[in-house]
Design a binder for this molecule. Structure first.
Ligand code: KG4
Ligand code: ZN
Length: 340
């Protein structure tokens, strides 16, 4: 079985080939047009996908050494994501599969992130708990078996990655700011400001990150010269300390809530998924919790954390293998929910 995966839900155009249970190639083209706007501009993203989708698919096939007439199926991200971006991937995938006489099926982007944990061994055993933390979503999901999910809790407002990006903007760090905050925080003092940890002790497994973001905004308002200290090293110090303090608050909440969900579900395997799962402090704290708590932790490789088509091809392969009935004519759905 040779599955071509295509991902275009946001600002990454990506294609991958997954053959006989093994990843053969994964090409990711990150659009840089959005940096100067401090966020993804949907119209620019879809135009860039249009330009990139054919060369990226060609490159993925060439890197895998698989001809298009050898493909068994095409898996494409059908949602959630930006409508214009999704439409490019879905329409290309449908037409490409049709021209080859092979099936095309839609993959949920969030399921793709979760099943990225199956790209490497050892993969999670069912049932497992997955903390999905991306730019658009924050969810704690109980995965009972292939494609059977129960959402135990999700964010009531901002997603974790969104909070990283918005705080980064306040600190003048460019876009996306998650990786920059991660880097700066490594030299910062996490106890510099005690930012709130919303809902950390609630019985509810939901999240809220907008309060942490607002607390950073208020701190900057109350300390207007902190980032413009004439001594550049002093300003850099404050920036790193704020990054570390903010990151500590977000990671505290994510880890504590995951442990609460673990206690409630009594599963043995925990996985993390999505762009924020690349965060080094989150990975360190989850590893620490795993060593102390006796659960098996699954962390995707760094390039499988952020958006990529390897996870879509792998999920498509699992879908085909499971014999699940798949819609042969997937439609782009910006609000697509994960399967129950
Ligand atoms: O999963 P992803 O690539 O796209 C979505 O599906 O949203 O996640 C992107 C998010 C962005 O908000 C980005 O800032 C964040 O993941 N991110 C990180 C790190 N790397 C990416 N956040 C914190 N630390 C990181 N190292
Ligand atoms: Zn994503």
């Amino acid at each position: 079985m040779h599955i071509l995966g295509i991902e275009s839900s946001c600002d990454e155009t990506s294609a991958a080939v997954f053959s006989e249970g093994r990843l053969k190639s994964n090409v990711v083209s990150s659009q840089s047009d959005h940096v100067r706007f401090g966020g993804v501009v949907p119209e620019l993203a879809s135009r860039a996908h249009l330009k990139l989708v054919v060369p990226v698919v060609e490159e993925a096939l060439a890197a895998a050494g698989v001809r298009k007439d050898e493909l068994t199926g095409v898996a494409v991200t059908a949602g959630p994501g930006l409508m214009g971006s999704l439409l490019v991937g879905v329409n290309f995938a449908r037409a490409f599969a049709w021209s080859l006489g092979i099936p095309c099926f839609g993959v949920n982007h969030l399921e793709g992130h979760m099943y990225a944990n199956f790209l490497e061994e050892p993969h999670p055993s069912y049932p497992f708990l997955c903390l999905t933390v991306s730019g658009g979503h924050t969810q704690l999901v109980l995965v009972r078996e292939d494609f059977h999910h129960e959402i135990l809790g999700e964010t009531l407002d901002d997603a974790a990655g969104e909070a990283f990006d918005k705080v980064g903007k306040m600190l003048g760090l460019g876009f996306p700011a998650g990786p920059v905050i991660d880097r700066l925080a490594a030299d910062g003092d996490p106890a510099f400001v005690q930012f709130p940890r919303p809902m950390i002790n609630d019985r509810d497994l939901g999240f809220s990150f907008s309060g942490i973001k607002t607390a950073v905004l208020y701190w900057l308002r109350d300390n207007p010269s902190a980032l413009s200290d004439p001594e550049p090293r002093a300003a850099a110090r404050v920036r790193s300390d704020l990054a570390a303090s903010f990151q500590a608050a977000v990671v505290d909440v994510l880890v504590k809530k995951t442990l609460a969900a673990l206690e409630r579900t009594a599963v043995r395997d925990v996985a993390i998924a999505g762009g924020v799962s690349a965060n080094s402090e989150l990975r360190r704290r989850m590893r620490q919790a795993s060593e102390a708590g006796g659960f098996r932790l699954h962390l995707p490789r760094m390039d499988f954390c952020t958006d990529n088509a390897a996870m879509i091809a792998c999920t498509g392969y699992m879908k085909m293998r499971s014999g699940a009935v798949v819609d042969p004519y997937p439609r782009a759905d910006p609000n697509l929910a994960i399967s129950a």
